[in-house]
Design a protein. Structure first.
Length: 282
């Protein structure tokens, strides 16, 4: 289909070129016409006729135009025209192909008087052949593309529940401080605790030398029995280097020193103090 369209376009171009190059000639012009007074042979030899040109014959009504053969042209015979005679005063004849054509006037005696013309038509200048358009093979039919199945939908990732809020460790509130205004609870009665006495001093180091017998101070009165009072034991002999202990006044009893508390007694004392402190606090 494409090749046919190209050839049609080339044909139209050739026709248009020929039409534009074609010329129109008025026989005998510009100084004459189709009549006996014009030198038609000289006029025709001065012109160049080509394929596609046109001849115009202008004449009076007592003339006509007849196309004849070469023999009838030479003998001025009009009885065998190649086509019917042209009349009417104006005749247009096309020259479509190359060759020689002969025209005479059919009125008696006019052809012999010189009213005839020989037209030599040249072939048109050969135009360069049109460029050959390579005939391209028809494009291959479109290959059907395989229809791919749609990809499977991608599974959405599972929605994880939000993590539980981190438990905030509760700081235990401190116990309420007892108000100084409130009265403390009554103390439980505790047994009286023994009062620890002073740690006894170590005994004096005895001298290796024999000690002299104790001397009785002459100032010391002999023990006497007080009235109504207990009988006191005799005072011990004074130790060397130790000042004598004065006897207590009469009527005053001397108590023996308190015994040193044992470890168990000390533990009981500390436990009692701790228990009393706990009771006071709570």
């Amino acid at each position: 289909m494409k090749k046919i369209m190209v050839l049609a376009a080339l044909a139209i171009m050739l026709v248009s070129i020929k039409t534009s190059m074609a010329a129109t000639y008025t026989v005998g012009a510009p100084g004459g016409s189709w009549d006996r007074s014009t030198d038609l042979a000289t006029w025709a030899s001065s012109q160049t006729f080509s394929e596609g040109d046109t001849l115009i014959f202008q004449y009076t009504l007592n003339h006509d135009v007849i196309e004849v053969s070469k023999a009838d042209y030479d003998s001025c015979t009009s009885s065998n025209p190649l086509q019917p005679p042209f009349t009417g005063g104006a005749t247009t004849i096309a020259l479509p192909s190359a060759g020689t054509r002969y025209f005479i006037c059919g009125t008696g005696g006019h052809c012999l008087g010189g009213m005839k013309v020989e037209i030599d038509i040249l072939a048109a200048a050969s135009s360069p052949p049109p460029p050959t358009t390579p005939v391209l093979p028809p494009p291959p039919p479109p290959t059907a593309r395989p229809v791919l199945p749609p990809p499977p939908p991608t599974a959405a990732p599972p929605v994880l529940p939000p993590p539980p809020p981190a438990a905030t460790p509760r700081v235990p509130s401190p116990p309420p401080t007892p108000s100084p205004v409130s009265s403390p609870p009554p103390l439980r009665s505790t047994p009286p605790l023994p009062t620890p006495s002073a740690v006894p001093s170590p005994p004096p180091v005895k001298s290796m030398a024999p000690s002299p017998p104790p001397k009785v101070s002459p100032s010391s009165p002999p023990p006497s029995k007080a009235k109504g009072g207990p009988t006191l034991p005799p005072a011990p002999a004074p130790l060397p280097g130790v000042p004598p202990i004065s006897a207590p006044p009469p009527g005053v009893s001397v108590l023996p020193p308190a015994p040193t508390p044992s470890s168990a007694a000390k533990l009981r004392l500390v436990g009692g103090l701790f228990t009393a402190a706990v009771i006071v606090l709570f």
